[in-house]
Write a protein that binds this ligand. Structure first.
Ligand code: SAM
Length: 334
């Protein structure tokens, strides 16, 4: 008990400000790497508060940079913080933080796209999927070019219960370009509804927590950011393989402004497109004249279940790609 009280009350000693760290180590943001830093510790504290209670938690921070969010996480009384940073210029500044928080901060110079977090924390943290989430959290403010492919990868990990989700229903608090944050959390019928909304919402409870105005970052990016919190669901809303759900969602949103049967039709070879699309929509009980943005997750569940049956009946169907068919046709014509 005494140990956990000590962990819970940890505060970093006085340190140079993030602005001073940036000056001291000459950490000019590299535009090509889309580096934008958060210097306001009240803002980084707010992001970390929204991640939930981090007392004695094991936290994985992606892209710590000069360490603003890193400080707020350490001040939240975590048991251990593991940071993965690609740009070696940030390592000495992070090392200074590590010295100020002995035994709490582990620094990895590496790439979050390949780092294996599933072996980094103690086995004892693992929880059954149906249990409450483990005391493991992911927090990060990554460049937009990395955060979107990474969330797709992590959603696939949620569906397989591996990667960061080998510990159980690990929660994530991540920043995205505001438009992406809106897409991730868009409800049925909203203008921002997209493939990303379906992929995130069939697997997780997703909340757009707050918006960070562009001027809060140094240098100021062209767009605002949105902080999004994800908690994996105990039971996915669609119980089909990730790749199958992705294919159905991707095709459905192919022609955003048209009726949904147009995009969904692209799941089938041209020769029997009309007939198969009709069958899919009828068996799934989905109105063909709904727009893709009007389809709910439960519509997608029915569509995926029926499409799965059709794939089981025709082993070539899942591999079918309408772009390939178009390409072959134009090659023949050429
Ligand atoms: N978290 C810091 C903040 O909020 O001030 C820095 C944010 S900056 C937008 C993104 C950080 O992620 C940079 O430090 C960058 O070097 C790092 N980064 C970019 N791609 C990365 C990758 N693939 N793996 C690890 N770190 C990466």
């Amino acid at each position: 008990m005494a140990a956990s009280r000590t962990l819970g009350t940890f505060r970093l000693p006085p340190l140079p400000t993030i602005r001073e760290i940036i000056k001291l180590f000459r950490l000019r943001a590299v535009k090509q790497l889309s580096q934008n830093f958060l210097l306001d510790l009240r803002l980084t504290d707010k992001i970390v508060r929204k991640a939930g209670n981090l007392t004695n938690a094991y936290v994985y921070e992606v892209g710590p940079g000069p360490g603003g969010i890193t400080r707020s996480i350490l001040n939240a009384g975590v048991a251990e913080l593991l940071v993965v940073e690609k740009d070696s210029r940030f390592i000495p500044g992070l090392q200074m933080l590590s010295d100020a928080a002995p035994g709490k901060l582990r620094i990895v110079h590496g790439d979050v796209l390949t780092f294996k977090i599933e072996r980094a924390f103690p086995e004892s943290l693992k929880r059954q999927w149906e249990d409450d989430p483990p005391n493991v959290h992911i927090i990060g403010n990554l460049p937009f070019s990395v955060s979107t492919p990474l969330i797709i990868k992590w959603l696939e990990n949620v569906s397989h219960r591996n990667g960061p989700f080998a510990y159980g229903r690990t929660q994530m608090t991540l920043t995205f370009q505001k438009e992406v944050a809106e897409r991730l959390t868009a409800s049925t019928g909203s203008k921002q509804r997209s493939r990303l909304s379906i992929m995130a919402q069939y697997l997780c409870d997703v909340q757009h927590i707050f918006t960070i105005p562009g001027q809060a970052f140094i240098p100021k990016p062209e767009v605002d950011s949105g902080v999004v919190h994800f908690t994996p669901l105990t039971r996915p809303r669609i119980e089909q393989p990730f790749r199958l759900v992705e294919k159905v969602a991707q095709n459905a949103f192919q022609f955003r402004r048209k009726y949904c049967h147009r995009g969904l039709g692209m799941l089938f070879p041209e020769a029997w497109r009309l007939e198969s699309t009709g069958k899919l929509l009828e068996l799934a009980d989905v109105d063909p004249t709904l727009r893709p943005t009007q389809l709910s997750v439960s519509h997608f569940k029915s569509l995926c279940d029926v499409y799965r049956k059709m794939c089981d009946e025709d082993p070539h169907l899942f591999a079918y790609n309408f772009r390939e068919e178009l390409k072959q046709k134009s090659e023949k014509r050429g």
